[in-house]
Design a protein around this ligand. Structure first.
Ligand SMILES: Nc1nc2c(c(=O)[nH]1)N[C@H]1C(S)=C(S)[C@@H](COP(=O)(O)OP(=O)(O)OC[C@H]3O[C@@H](n4cnc5c(=O)[nH]c(N)nc54)[C@H](O)[C@@H]3O)O[C@H]1N2
Ligand SMILES: Nc1nc2c(c(=O)[nH]1)N[C@H]1C(S)=C(S)[C@@H](COP(=O)(O)OP(=O)(O)OC[C@H]3O[C@@H](n4cnc5c(=O)[nH]c(N)nc54)[C@H](O)[C@@H]3O)O[C@H]1N2
Ligand SMILES: [Mo]
Length: 764
């Protein structure tokens, strides 16, 4: 039977060379420097590598495209503010190799689609615009002007602007993102799904409702001053390595760290700062004072258990809650307490899967503390009850008055380097009316108030042919989204799919009837326009807006900046009916920022403030106890204990990142900290669960998920025994996205529940 390219990609015919060794406790150190240098020298020329490392995350340099962790406001390391995975991220972008006509002549789309993500990514940087005609086997070159005409012709042919979907990934700068959403709104729709829908959307929802701002409240300085930092559902050693330096500093100042995670992740246990030569020699810092090995999705139960014990102590001794804060700044306390009392401590502790002794250790650390920070990432946001997870941790902070004061608050650790900024400047399918009113006042057209599609809604609309054109500004939609087979069909149903990208990825290969690849400049590259070398800006995880400026010559002469692409698409599509002179913006990005200053709150004097070497902080109500909620106060919330039932043979699976990937970009096949080498198609299982199923190390299995009577399967994974709670298992994203049901998502936030997929495992 011949298999479709997507099936071939989902089940490659052979395995690589899997080798497993004991996992590491310590993260970073000598080996990570060696790994980073190895990666950089394999794919880049050494002069470029050095030039980049010196400018990365420095004042006036470029913002590392790796993650959104902030840079210190004052002193920055002379060794460079970088980490192993940051170096890998730029090595990937600043590759020597480029691909153009020859490459696409040689390889058909079907052939490329059957390659692994690793192999696709290593092809090289995209060097010129390419077009795939209906029924054609190969992409062919196309001139920029013709490409813009193609996009505009498809968009103009739609019977309704809502038939187009405009996706954004979180690397897009503020300037490009602002113009893009402006174009989409003038075109007539709010269909602006973005990677945030799959990432911190649940955080945004929960925080807006409870604290009046969808972002975190802490600064980097707060982390240094906290008495306790809880790191929940997050793997900083791999995904935010520079956060470990901040935790180390916190500990040096007497702070304590509690990590809550099903896996004993290396960085959470121990850390050796690569920028501290003494520490490299002496073996590093113990990071977690208490490590809590929680069951997957046991967090609401765990937090409830903590809240119940705090209440018990408060009622006995009266010195646990911050009563003044609760009285002056919060709403809903009494209702919250009455509901809390309906729960039993034992039941909650049991549901969390945490042993009593470990619970007690964690509890003792927070009992008397008043400056608590809670950090979290995808381990909390990618569940059906994700919004509850975050509302419940806010309850804890509110009881303790740990919000809006030094050393305390919320810290959702963002993913993509500008995902937070994109939302701030208007990439939002459900933008607030006040923002839309500002657009109307400035540009004289009325943006539609109707909410647009989220990622999940967009997939369904394309599948049902209610949406026909897909446009992606960055990202790799097909590999990032859930339910790969269904989503591939959704894209195939489109008349046109367009991607503005730096590198080849699967989304260029799972296409609509026609497809375009529009290659753009990356963060590391110089962006020259008519007015000279351009600077762009981004917002980090803590609400600091600062500049980013490329340092390398572009890898090809035929690239445009994202800003230029957006201006041209808008100009071609809205010609004759636009109120905006689109092409002027690409000549001078200061003009874009002047507009942002008028439309987006907090950006007054944008161009002037950007001259400050460390950038500037955006206003943040929660940080100063001004809670812009419906009640005008910080709101306690009532959250149900999730009803979590597994059938007898089921496991709950979380899809996580290896140490060698950035989302769908696969740097390599190793996951060094977890002791896995040479293969990604693996499933981490508890050894007792393996025994129950008569499975041995490296046995080959198929994985199957059954949801609402639909069965989803992926084949040929190797079993790796691991220190993970019973009934839990882990696989890598995106290899198992085909198992994530499209209809399993966070209530109200629509984040796919890719950390709690119920599956069964079958020996092949
Ligand atoms: N090098 C590198 N850096 C990155 C990325 C990358 O892919 N590579 N991606 C970027 C992006 S977009 C993002 S969003 C972030 C992602 O950063 P993370 O959220 O750290 O990434 P994940 O691998 O998804 O890890 C989730 C962690 O949560 C734990 N976890 C899973 N389920 C649960 C649960 O139910 N409860 C608890 N308490 N823990 C749980 C897992 O064991 C794992 O340690 O990183 C950003 N930075
Ligand atoms: N099962 C499962 N699924 C998940 C997750 C999970 O944990 N589990 N995590 C989710 C999360 S948190 C996220 S954020 C999404 C990520 O979803 P996306 O943001 O869509 O995916 P990325 O892999 O980050 O996108 C990589 C592509 O972006 C392009 N690119 C890189 N840099 C630039 C640039 O500067 N400009 C432009 N125009 N293009 C560029 C390159 O072509 C590259 O191939 O995936 C989500 N999907
Ligand atoms: Mo993300």
């Amino acid at each position: 039977m011949s298999r479709s390219p997507i099936d071939k990609a989902l089940t490659p015919e052979r395995f690589e060379n899997l080798k497993t060794v004991a996992p590491q406790e310590n993260s970073v150190g000598f080996k990570s420097i060696a790994a980073a240098v190895g990666q950089a020298s394999k794919y880049m020329n050494p002069t470029n590598a050095l030039r980049l490392a010196k400018k990365m995350n420095q004042k006036g340099g470029f913002d590392c495209p790796g993650c959104a962790w902030p840079d210190p406001d004052d002193e920055r390391s002379s060794l460079g503010e970088f980490c192993e995975n940051g170096i890998k991220a730029i090595a990937e972008e600043a590759q020597n190799r480029t691909i153009g006509v020859d490459f696409f002549e040689k390889h058909s789309v079907n052939e490329l689609a059957s390659w692994t993500d690793f192999k696709i990514g290593k092809s090289g940087r995209l060097a010129q615009p390419m077009f795939l005609a209906e029924g054609a086997a190969h992409y062919q070159p196309i001139k920029w002007e013709a490409a813009f005409k193609k996009v505009s012709a498809h968009l103009k042919a739609l019977s309704n602007p809502d038939e187009a979907v405009f996706y954004t990934s979180g690397r897009t700068t503020n300037e490009a993102a602002f113009l893009y959403q402006l174009f989409v709104r003038e075109f007539g729709t709010s269909n602006l799904p973005d990677c945030s829908n799959m990432c911190h959307e649940a955080s945004g929802k929960a925080l807006s409702e409870t604290l009046g701002i969808g972002k975190g409240s802490v600064t980097l300085d707060d982390l240094y001053k906290a008495e306790v930092v809880m790191v929940v559902g997050q793997n900083p050693g791999t995904n935010h390595p520079r956060m470990l330096s901040a935790l180390e500093k916190c500990k040096k100042n007497g702070g304590k760290i509690i990590a809550v995670n099903p896996l004993p992740e290396a960085g959470l246990i121990k850390f050796t700062n690569p920028q501290n030569p003494m520490k490299l020699l002496t073996g590093g810092t113990q990071i977690s004072d208490v490590f809590v090995p929680i069951t997957i999705n046991g967090d609401v139960a765990f937090f409830k258990a903590l809240l119940l014990k705090l209440l018990e102590k408060e009622e006995a001794h009266g010195n646990v809650f911050d009563k003044d804060f609760i009285k002056d700044f919060t709403s809903g306390f009494n209702e919250f307490i009455s509901d809390l009392k309906t729960h039993s401590f034992d039941e909650c502790l049991k549901a969390s899967g945490v042993r009593k002794e470990v619970f007690n250790e964690a509890f003792e650390l927070i009992l008397t503390k008043k400056k608590i920070i809670i950090c979290w990432a995808m381990g909390l946001t990618q569940h059906e009850n994700a919004v509850d997870n975050i509302r419940e941790l806010v309850n804890l902070l509110l009881l303790k008055g740990s919000i809006g004061k030094e050393g305390a608050g919320t810290c959702p650790v963002r993913g993509h380097s500008n995902v937070q900024g994109d939302r701030t400047v208007g990439i939002w399918e459900a933008a607030p009316q006040a923002f839309l009113d500002n657009i109307e006042a400035k540009y004289g057209f009325k943006p539609t108030a109707k909410h647009g599609y989220t990622v999940i809604d967009a997939i369904k609309a394309m599948y049902k042919k209610k949406a026909k054109v897909f446009f992606g500004l960055g990202g790799n939609f097909i590999s990032a989204v859930p339910d790969t087979r269904y989503s591939a069909q959704a894209l195939a149903n489109c008349s046109l799919t367009v991607h503005v990208s730096t590198k080849l990825n699967r989304s260029h290969l799972v296409t609509g009837k026609e497809a375009l690849i529009l290659p753009c400049l990356g963060r590391t590259e110089k962006d020259y326009q008519r007015s000279g070398l351009q600077v762009q800006s981004v917002e980090n995880s803590m609400g600091v807006v600062h500049t980013t400026k490329g340092v390398l010559n572009p890898c090809s002469k035929d690239l445009l900046s994202e800003v230029a692409v957006v201006c041209h698409v808008a100009n071609a599509t809205l010609q004759g009916r636009s109120k905006i002179d689109w092409l002027r913006y690409q000549d001078d990005y200061n003009l874009v920022r002047e507009d942002i200053a008028e439309v987006v709150d907090g950006f007054d004097d944008y161009n002037t403030k950007l001259n400050r070497p460390s950038g500037f902080y955006l206003p943040n109500g929660a940080r100063i106890r001004e809670f812009k909620t419906k009640t005008g106060k910080a709101n306690f919330s009532i959250n149900k204990l999730p009803e979590w039932r597994l059938k007898e043979d089921e496991l709950v699976m979380m899809t996580i990142r290896s140490h060698d990937q950035f989302n769908t970009t696969i740097y390599g096949l190793d996951d060094r900290y977890r002791g896995v080498y040479g293969e990604r198609r693996i499933i981490f299982m508890n050894r007792e669960d393996m025994k129950l199923r008569s499975l041995k190390e490296h046995d080959v299995v198929n994985l199957r998920s059954e949801y609402n009577a639909t069965i989803r399967e992926v084949h040929n994974f190797k079993v790796v025994g691991y220190d993970i709670p019973k009934n839990c298992c882990a696989t890598y994203f995106p290899e198992t996205n085909a198992l994530v049901p499209l209809d399993s998502f966070a209530h109200t936030a629509k984040t796919p529940a890719s950390k709690s997929v119920k599956i069964t495992v079958e020996k092949v």
